[in-house]
Design a protein around this ligand. Structure first.
Ligand SMILES: *Cc1c(COP(=O)(O)O)cnc(C)c1O
Length: 402
């Protein structure tokens, strides 16, 4: 393999994000291919037995087995790390593999976690159901309230875990405050950055320790594969995460890593266009429904904070209808262009009713606690012309009696 400039941190760290997204992490084989090669291999061979021994002893760089390293996956990891401003990254099989790995690799029985109560359904499930089975307790709080973070700290608190903006309530967390508070108490912050991605918000610039991703969303950006990633310091990735990952195997498949590498090339372009369109569509919806939740609308309660820490509002917003589940479902059923789908980050516009899909599993009490009501709908604004999306919403709203 030939290392390109994309493998040299002293060079890639100086590139601007759009350049990093195309070139960081690239290796070339002796063929000199322009597009990254896809290494669909589980194992590797060696010229002699001494080489195997040297690689397993960590005395020689090189591949041994795709649960430990794979060239395509490593290109993706280096690209994401550079974009995030992190020392290192390890790709994961999915966003939930990333969240589970980022938490379990550093927590033990007797530890305590403080988490945002508004979160992706499975993230809440980890805190409410999985961690307690291993003796790890959790407190869920209103993450937009800085005082609530401080009040929830216990002597055994090891991790703060949250999304910003949160799925689907669009609550924004004050990254600078919460990360500084965590540092003061020796607590590790784990930020799920799926909605913004590094193109709009780099949590580490505000002091976050670990950034975890569903790469399924904006990074792939075209609804093709599941993938995830965890970024952190060299110390965290090599000494805390890797021993867990190598022995439990939540790895990203090389094919999926390759698809996400291609997706990242257009991340900057897509997320800015989709954010622009989302703001237009959200502004239209604001005149038609009782409440729209989008951080870059002046009506969002944390608008100033969102502007401080994000470059744009992202492709996703939620809104509330007064007519509960029946009216929300009627609106979904009346859509012609926008698809009914619970995915996000796609180039297609997709709408879902969280209470009966992504947040069905957490149950009615947790939904009420998070602020996910029966009249809430979530829209992922894709790359279509926003005027066509507005026209579709207009006709669907009329059909639903709005
Ligand atoms: C989708 C999502 C996840 C889970 O990611 P998968 O790739 O579906 O496993 C985690 N967190 C947030 C905020 C998400 O939107």
């Amino acid at each position: 393999m030939k290392r390109t400039a994309g493998q040299d941190r002293s060079i890639t760290a100086k590139w601007r994000p759009a350049t990093q997204a195309v070139r960081a992490g690239t290796w070339r084989s002796e063929m000199g291919e322009t597009s990254e090669a896809l290494f669909l291999t589980s194992g590797f061979t060696y010229d002699d037995a001494a080489t195997v021994a040297a690689r397993f002893a960590g005395e020689q760089d090189g591949m041994t087995y795709s649960r430990l390293q794979n060239p395509t996956v490593q290109m993706l990891e280096e690209r994401i790390a550079v974009l995030e401003g992190a020392d290192a990254c390890r790709a994961q099989a999915s966003g939930m593999a990333a969240m589970t790995t980022a938490l379990l690799c550093q927590l033990s029985a007797g530890d305590h976690v403080v988490a945002a109560k508004a979160a992706f359904g499975s993230c809440r499930w980890l805190v409410d159901n999985l961690l307690p089975r291993f003796g790890i307790s959790g407190t869920t709080i209103d993450a937009g309230n800085n005082a609530a973070w401080e009040a929830a700290i216990r002597p055994n608190t090891k991790v703060f875990f949250f999304e910003s903006p949160a799925n689907p309530t669009m609550d924004v967390v004050d990254l600078e405050f919460v990360c500084a508070l965590a540092k003061k108490h020796g607590i590790v912050t784990v930020v799920d950055n799926a909605f913004a991605t590094s193109a709009l918000q780099r949590p580490m610039d505000f002091g976050a320790d670990v950034v975890a991703y569903s790469a399924t969303k904006m990074m792939d950006g075209q609804g093709r594969v599941l993938a995830g990633a965890v970024c952190g310091s060299d110390e965290f990735i090599n000494n805390v995460l890797l021993p867990f990952q190598r022995n439990t195997g939540p790895n990203c498949a090389p094919f999926n890593a390759w698809v996400v590498l291609k997706g990242l090339e257009t991340l900057d372009l897509r997320i800015h266009r989709q954010s622009e369109s989302a703001l237009k569509v959200a502004s239209f919806m604001e005149g038609r429904v009782p409440q729209v939740l989008y951080p870059f609308l002046p009506s969002h309660p944390q608008h100033a904070l969102a502007k401080k820490q994000m470059k744009a509002g992202g492709p996703i917003f939620s809104f509330n209808l007064d007519g509960g589940r029946a009216q929300a479902h009627a609106l979904l059923d009346a859509l012609e262009l926008i698809d009914i789908s619970n995915n996000i980050g796609d180039s297609r516009s997709l709408m879902c009713h969280p209470a009966s899909s992504t947040h069905h599993g957490v149950g009615p009490e947790t939904r009420a606690d998070m602020g996910v009501g029966e009249g809430m709908l979530r829209l992922n604004v894709g790359l279509e012309d926003p005027e066509d999306l507005i026209a579709d919403l207009d006709q669907a709203l009329r059909q639903a009696g709005l």
